[in-house]
Ligand binder design. Structure first.
Ligand SMILES: Nc1nc2c(ncn2[C@@H]2O[C@H](COP(=O)(O)OP(=O)(O)OP(=O)(O)O)[C@@H](O)[C@H]2O)c(=O)[nH]1
Length: 523
């Protein structure tokens, strides 16, 4: 591995909306860039514009519809943080971003515990056994019992927990954390808000000074730790790297406390860029030759320039300004003079990037999700799927003459990967599928803007979709005849089963055991 690449730590945050993802992102940038004031990510209060608030709609709704990439140096490493839209209005990009990282940080609202969105994102991480670090947030509030919180993570998410820091009190009584591996107490000072805390540290759990400072809480802490250490797991790097065990840190992102301890270990333990599978062979990040894949396409990053940016994860070699790379699907060499990076929101021209880094390529419609670029070799990276949509709408045109433009627009937008379009066998209806509700607004907005098509969405009785595959052609034909009413083609002409209910899906799966109903589809 090149020395530069070995320093990369590429990760994303998984959390339920409002758990504190934006707040902790601000604090990570603060620690990484040593800037004094946070607020660059959302910046609502300070009146600054959010780094990703470029889109009109996003500004109106005050939420993030984009996934941006932030790079910062920390303790001799280069951290790439891929932001994942976490609000109710997230999209398939959130899922796919997780295929481009080597590790993930799970942020949990400790007053709520493991929530639904986290469970789903964790399922996606499981596809690649991504190593997970856990941050239990909002300790300055009344939280659930810390032991119960860990039990919940173990049971619901099926991953072992190894506490690394342990909280002392909570809410108004929150005094700090005890660092189990360092045998040190870090004291929390309230009221520091966005400013980086000067660390106030005490050596040793048995230090009498601890009793002097926090009174009876000191003995409570010792007793609790005895219990916790007996019942929980010790941190093991191997198990962490296999995605079987998660180190757990406690703190408050808002109070900027406990984040430093987490980040210190994160950059130490999280894996450097990992090898990636292709349809031909495994590609190691240490290889000299360049390769990468596209995991996301973003339109209108800059309203001034109506371009689209394709986000590429570099898997091996390095990118140099002006270099040629092979666009494998098109079997064509392309020259990439002006790749972009997303350094905390600023697009700056980039001279060099290494395995583990993300670069943005200007896309004029020739790049699709899942595309592989190499320095000449022919292979295709696997593991960058489409995910079955969870929300469906039927699309109705206001002007029926624009049918062709509508279909073209919907197919092109679905190639960008945030939505999917389905054409049922038995009707002329077009059905749009997404995993986040805001995507319907985005599509309506863009169809009007870019394709001059006005349309409205109506509810449709589709509950979930599965891509259908069967090795036995005769059986597939029979299935098509019998189940035709629920079958459709997606934007790439792949056979899809649109189930009106979960029960219907279960019954159909039972009735046709030799047919595969896939929740994801590789490009
Ligand atoms: N008391 C307390 N509040 C916090 C803490 N961390 C975040 N919050 C608050 O929780 C709310 C949600 O935090 P965000 O960081 O915006 O959460 P998010 O997960 O990014 O939410 P979305 O952008 O909706 O996905 C905000 O009002 C934060 O100020 C914390 O440690 N303690």
């Amino acid at each position: 591995m090149s020395a530069e690449s070995e320093l990369r730590r590429t990760f994303a945050i998984i959390s339920h909306p409002d758990a504190g993802k934006t707040t902790i992102t601000e604090k990570l940038l603060l620690l990484g860039q040593k800037i004094q004031e946070a607020g660059t990510v959302k910046g609502k209060k300070s009146g600054k514009h959010a780094t990703s608030d470029w889109m009109e709609m996003e500004k109106q709704r005050g939420i993030s519809v984009t996934t941006s990439v932030m790079q910062f140096p920390y303790n001799g490493r280069v951290v790439n943080l891929l932001d994942t839209p976490g609000h109710e209005d997230f999209s398939e990009d959130t899922y796919r971003t997780l295929t481009a990282v080597d590790s993930a940080l799970m942020v949990i609202d400790s007053s709520k515990g493991v929530e639904e969105r986290t469970i789903k994102l964790m399922e996606v991480c499981r596809l690649r056994d991504t190593p997970i670090v856990t941050f239990m947030n909002k300790l300055d509030r009344d939280i659930k019992d810390p032991i119960e919180l860990m039990d919940e993570v173990e049971e619901v998410l099926n991953i072992k927990c190894a506490p690394v820091t342990w909280p002392i009190g909570m809410g108004k009584q929150f005094k700090g954390v005890y660092h189990i591996l360092e045998d040190k107490v870090y004291f929390y000072k309230t009221g520091q808000g966005h400013i980086i805390q000067d660390e106030d540290i005490l050596d040793g759990l048995d230090n009498p000074e601890l009793d002097e400072r926090i009174g009876s809480l000191a003995q409570d802490l010792r007793d609790e730790l005895e219990l916790v250490l007996g019942a929980s797991h010790e941190f093991e790097l191997e198990a962490f790297l296999k995605g079987e065990l998660t180190p757990v840190f406690y703190g408050t992102a808002l109070g900027n406390f406990g984040v430093t301890q987490m980040l210190n270990h994160f950059v130490e333990w999280a894996p450097a860029p990992l090898s990636r599978m292709t349809d031909v062979r495994e590609v190691k990040s240490s290889e000299d030759k360049f390769s990468g894949f596209i995991f996301k396409i973003q339109a209108n990053m800059d309203p001034q320039h109506r371009d689209r940016i394709a986000f590429m994860r570099i898997c091996s070699g390095n990118y140099q300004k002006g270099m040629k790379m092979k666009h494998v699907r098109l079997n064509r060499d392309v020259q990439v003079a002006n790749a972009v990076t997303f350094l905390a929101g600023d697009r700056s021209n980039l001279e060099n990037a290494y395995a583990g880094d993300i670069i943005g390529l200007h896309n004029h419609g020739t790049i699709q999700i899942g595309d592989t670029f190499t320095s000449g070799e022919v292979f295709k990276f696997s593991g960058i799927p489409n995910f079955a949509p969870e929300l469906f709408r039927s699309v109705r045109l206001k002007d029926p003459l624009k049918n062709k433009a509508l279909l073209k627009g919907l197919i092109q937008l679905s190639e960008e990967g945030a939505t999917q379009v389905f054409r049922p066998f038995n009707s002329n209806e077009l059905i749009l599928g997404a995993v986040g509700i805001l995507q319907f607004d985005v599509v309506a907005h863009r169809l009007k803007d870019e394709y001059k098509v006005n349309c409205i969405f109506e509810s449709v009785s589709v509950n979930t979709a599965r891509w259908v595959e069967c090795d036995d052609e005769k059986m597939l034909e029979e299935f098509k005849n019998k189940a035709g009413v629920n079958l459709a083609l997606d934007g790439g002409d792949n056979l899809t089963y649109l189930a009106p209910t979960r029960v219907n899906l279960n019954l159909t799966e039972e009735r046709w055991p030799d047919i595969r109903f896939n929740q994801t589809r590789e490009h």
